[in-house]
Design a protein around this ligand. Structure first.
Ligand SMILES: Nc1nc2c(c(=O)[nH]1)N[C@H]1C(S)=C(S)[C@@H](COP(=O)(O)OP(=O)(O)OC[C@H]3O[C@@H](n4cnc5c(=O)[nH]c(N)nc54)[C@H](O)[C@@H]3O)O[C@H]1N2
Ligand SMILES: Nc1nc2c(c(=O)[nH]1)N[C@H]1C(S)=C(S)[C@@H](COP(=O)(O)OP(=O)(O)OC[C@H]3O[C@@H](n4cnc5c(=O)[nH]c(N)nc54)[C@H](O)[C@@H]3O)O[C@H]1N2
Ligand code: SF4
Ligand SMILES: [Mo]
Length: 685
């Protein structure tokens, strides 16, 4: 028997844990702990522990499929490539759009944006960061000059106070939860603000339940209390920041007194007072946030508010402090770094700057897409639905918008308006089912590459088995397709390492990196030179803004785009659970995970359930202005009265049939975290 262990990084969340894949006779059969792994030291959450289970699922795509007369037929790669190349050649550049993937490697993301910009010559390239941390990338870039987590995972363990808002860390980034536990063991105080008393809430010393969509009011209230008591860090404010007076003008308004904020948010004034004191008086405090902050029409305002609070209390640029947005997908940080965004090339070099355009045209030795900002994911869908004929073809790699985008009726209508859709996936997703051509890709265990975790640490993926059937690595598919479109010279890469060398050459923050240097612990960007050790903590001396100062932003609280009324009297918020991953293509095919949570539900407070005559476990009708679903009710005091919650993993009762496609004006992120809903008892007809 041939048995080997291949150390690699987890394909699920942005924590970036390492583990060993156990390979028997050429097939991945198990996951084993890798004690040496830099982020997690061998520990894993259940998703990592069972990350081998979907790899050899009988449902894996193994052959290219072409739709003929409404049905898929198996095809050869040659047939598929010829069809795609011919179609792509027939459209104007601006009629085509690409979606890249936070599930795949940096190399594959780099190639996808190069394919969009150099082969199709379209500016329309984006990926799921739009649905996730677009508000972070935009908001923190404005105030700090860089839109990433400011500190490392490990140094959360050194904080004396941890303020977690809108992140269910212990379920969604479980191994970051370990750093929180470490800090607690050393005496740190944990404050948790969330409409739901989650697994994370249970770790908190102070829990503040509130109504979804009132975050800015809460931040302003905390800041007013800090300033009124003189607890702000005046030295930090003077030396490192600007526009403090403007901030003060807004937060000191009567609207943000503890009493008024308490009325708006539902958090008792006493709790707000305690939170303000703990954060301000801690020797060093850190702030952790995720989707509860970003997925709002005021996502960017929320993000800027997190920065306001941490600058006000002087907690930036030091160990154990910082503003720490936990990035979601395993490689969403990398997909952004690689320029799979419509406004930037790699390393956030702006497409609108002529020098950057010239740099990439000359590096790639070809004409490239014109230097304007293309459509975001959410704009692509809106343009398809509302302005038919403007976009005609799409190439989607490793995303499943038919379950993950807001307002699915609208999304379906949009995708139906495409003339030609190519989906490259490892499973027949809901989106692949609508494609004209489906390309079978290889999963994380079947290819080499790198990925960048939430703390900006670049680490290796390692190939453990061959892809099933005729499936191919994503990087290879993109290169072969480019060659079919006469751009073979620009995509003549023999392996992912050669792609990485090109990435390092054109990306200042990755400039000093190479595969050799990534072993054994990876490197944190920025890593500008070959002898640079990497940068675990950002902004220690100055911020990355032009004048080096952090910028305070005066922000007024605005309610969500849709608020409860007589017809839709409750708030719907959505999110995730420990056991499942997004649209479930992988975790629902992992038996050890699926058995823990095989069906979806809507959480509803006992008070609301009583008013509606609903019992725990009963199937109810949940409706918004976008649609209705039938779904079992989970009656629980762990959700705030007036708020309901649906995990969006289940295609049987898709949360996104209900969500609102209202967007943040700057980040274009949808408001997944708050809309108005009605829940009804289903009575026999
Ligand atoms: N198990 C598992 N882990 C995952 C994922 C997964 O699918 N499954 N996905 C990954 C990805 S891509 C991401 S982006 C992260 C997301 O990680 P998280 O952001 O931690 O997850 P969510 O469940 O989307 O939302 C977090 C919390 O926001 C709260 N919330 C709801 N409305 C509001 C509000 O108005 N304000 C505030 N402040 N909070 C609110 C919810 O109750 C929820 O507890 O998780 C990553 N990790
Ligand atoms: N209601 C609601 N909706 C949400 C959110 C929410 O909180 N609430 N959160 C949003 C957020 S934060 C995110 S990040 C998005 C996620 O949205 P998506 O990215 O659309 O969701 P996934 O299910 O992760 O889809 C990834 C696809 O990639 C495929 N895949 C996996 N590995 C590979 C690979 O190596 N190669 C290829 N080619 N394909 C691969 C999977 O089979 C799957 O079809 O969902 C968003 N949608
Ligand atoms: S915490 Fe995230 S990276 Fe670590 S094992 Fe779990 S899913 Fe994988
Ligand atoms: Mo995400």
């Amino acid at each position: 028997m041939d048995l080997k262990y291949v150390s690699t990084t987890c394909p699920y969340c942005g924590t970036g844990c390492g583990f060993n894949l156990v390979v028997r006779n050429g097939r991945v059969v198990d996951v084993a702990h890798w004690q040496r792994a830099p982020v997690n030291g061998g520990k894993l959450c259940p998703k990592g522990r069972y990350a081998h289970e979907f790899v050899n699922s009988p449902d894996r795509l193994t052959k290219p499929l072409i739709r003929k007369d409404g049905k898929f037929e198996e095809a050869t790669w040659d047939e598929a490539y010829d069809l795609i190349a011919g179609k792509f050649r027939s459209y104007k550049p601006e009629e085509m759009a690409c979606l890249s993937s936070a599930r795949v490697s940096n190399e594959e993301n780099y190639l996808m944006q190069k394919f969009a910009r150099a082969v199709l010559k379209t500016p329309h390239i984006d990926h799921c960061a739009r649905l996730c941390h677009a508000s972070t990338v935009a908001g923190l870039a404005i105030v700090f000059g860089s839109g990433a987590m400011t500190n490392s995972i490990k140094d959360i363990g050194d904080a004396n106070c941890i303020f977690i808002i809108g992140s269910n860390t212990f379920e969604q980034h479980p191994l970051i939860g370990r750093s929180i536990v470490r800090a607690k063991e050393k005496g740190a105080k944990v404050i948790y603000a969330d409409p739901r008393y989650t697994a994370t809430g249970k770790q908190a010393d102070l829990y503040m339940p509130f109504v979804s969509g009132t975050d800015v009011a809460i931040f302003n209230g905390l800041m007013q209390e800090i300033i009124r008591n003189g607890w702000e860090d005046t030295e930090f404010i003077e030396k490192r920041t600007k526009d403090f007076e403007k901030l003060k003008e807004v937060v000191m308004k009567d609207d943000y007194s503890l009493e008024n904020v308490s009325k708006v948010s539902g958090i008792p004034a006493e709790s707000l007072k305690t939170a303000a004191e703990w954060i301000a008086k801690a020797e060093v405090a850190t702030l952790i946030y995720s989707m509860g902050i970003t997925q709002h029409t005021v996502g960017v305002d929320n993000v800027k508010s997190t920065a306001n609070l941490m600058m006000l209390t002087g907690n930036m640029g030091k160990r154990g402090g910082g503003v720490n947005p936990l990035r979601g997908q395993n490689n969403v940080q990398g997909a952004c770094d690689m320029g799979c965004l419509p406004n930037v090339y790699t390393g956030y070099q702006k497409v609108t700057e002529e020098a950057a355009q010239q740099k990439f045209a000359s590096a790639w030795c070809c004409g490239i897409a014109e230097g304007r900002v293309g459509y975001t994911v959410t704009e692509m869908i809106n343009v398809l639905a509302d302005e038919p004929g403007k976009l005609k073809a799409m190439y989607i790699m490793g995303e499943n918008p038919m379950l993950s985008d807001p307002d699915l009726t609208h999304v379906e209508h949009a995708i139906e308006n495409l003339e030609f859709l190519v989906v490259q996936d490892i499973f027949m997703s809901e989106t692949a089912e609508m494609a004209d051509v489906v390309l079978p890709a290889s999963c994380y265990a079947e290819k080499d590459g790198t990925q960048t975790n939430t703390e900006r640490r670049v680490q290796r993926f390692r190939k453990a088995q061959e892809p099933p059937g005729e499936a191919k690595e994503d990087w290879k598919i993109i290169c072969e397709l480019a060659a079919r479109m006469d751009m073979g010279d620009q995509f003549a890469f023999a392996n992912p390492e050669e792609v990485f060398t090109e990435i390092a050459a054109v990306t200042p923050s990755y400039h000093g990196m190479s595969y050799a240097r990534l072993d054994p612990d990876g490197l944190h960007w920025p890593c500008p030179t070959e002898d640079h050790p990497g940068t675990p903590i950002l902004h220690t001396e100055k911020f990355a803004t032009p004048d080096g100062l952090g910028i305070f932003s005066p922000i007024e609280w605005k309610p969500p785009a849709e608020i409860p009324d007589e017809e839709y009297p409750l708030v719907l918020t959505t999110g995730r659970i420990l056991w499942h991953w997004h649209t479930g293509t992988m975790t629902r095919r992992s038996w050890d995970l699926e058995k823990e949570a095989p069906i979806g539900w809507i959480e509803i407070n006992p008070g609301d359930a009583q008013d509606l005559g609903i019992k725990d476990g009963e199937v109810v009708k949940a409706s918004t202005r976008r649609g209705s679903i039938e779904i079992p009710a989970k009656v629980t005091a762990e959700i705030k009265k007036g708020v309901t919650f649906i995990p969006f993993h289940y295609k049987e009762h898709p949360a996104n049939a209900l969500t609102n496609n209202a967007l943040d004006p700057v980040a274009k992120i949808p408001e997944y975290k708050a809309c108005a809903i009605k829940v009804e008892k289903i009575t026999e007809a």
